[in-house]
Design a protein around this ligand. Sequence first.
Ligand code: NDP
Length: 241
Amino acid sequence: MARVALVTGGTRGIGAAISRSLKQAGYVVAATYASNDAAARAFKDETGIAVYRWDVADYDACVAGLRQVEADLGPVEILVNNAGITRDTMFHKMTPQQWKAVIDVNLGSLFNMCRPVIEGMRARGFGRIINISSINGQKGQIGQVNYSAAKAGDIGFTKALAQENARKGITVNAVCPGYIATDMVKAVPKEVLETAILPQIPVGHLGDPMEIARCVVFLASDDSRFITGSTLTANGGQYVV
Ligand code: NDP
């Protein structure tokens, strides 16, 4: 029987590429989103992938959403925590709301999604959890104290959860993309992109969402069972760890 994979923020950008690639690899996929119904509908019509709307920053919504996915498709064996947002500004201008929104969506969501899936994974003796962190959680980024803190937190979360569950057939890994051509990066002013970001990427171009999706498909597979607690860096050489 095909395994069920759930991808948060799976209807646009990197998440959409992950959802498509997992489907192509033979998984039954559920893709979640926050509010962009038009994008989700278009994605569903094009791919045939089931879509679900809830806020990953809301624990009760995650529990209810997961329950619905499992009732529709079966137990979730692969969880990809991909949903993320930015609220960029210099720290001395950052509001508590900008701080909290970014921490809740990019880091709080890992608790909110992993907590309700982990018991089933432990009981079944199999699970794959893949958390999409960021290069800016590894190196820090001006204007992103909130985002860098959340994404660094994702890595610590990954390492601890991996160790707790290693004997239960569950692997937990993080992927740290560099700059990838999605709506999130298109929001960066063109001049900043061309003068400040592209010159820092040794390969000379932005990444493609499919390049991150292929990392995720590998980490979801049986072939990766000896890899847990790791951070897979895919950034065109921009930050070498
Ligand atoms: P996009 O902005 O293109 O897509 C984000 C997705 O997340 C959308 O499906 C969106 O739903 C969903 N989402 C946002 N907030 C919530 C929420 N509160 N609840 C549920 N779903 C939510 O992002 P990217 O594809 O660029 O980024 C994907 C991940 O990769 C993020 O975690 C990001 O931080 C990380 N990343 C991205 C990089 C890049 O260069 N693009 C670099 C490094 C890391 P909706 O469509 O409804 O808005």
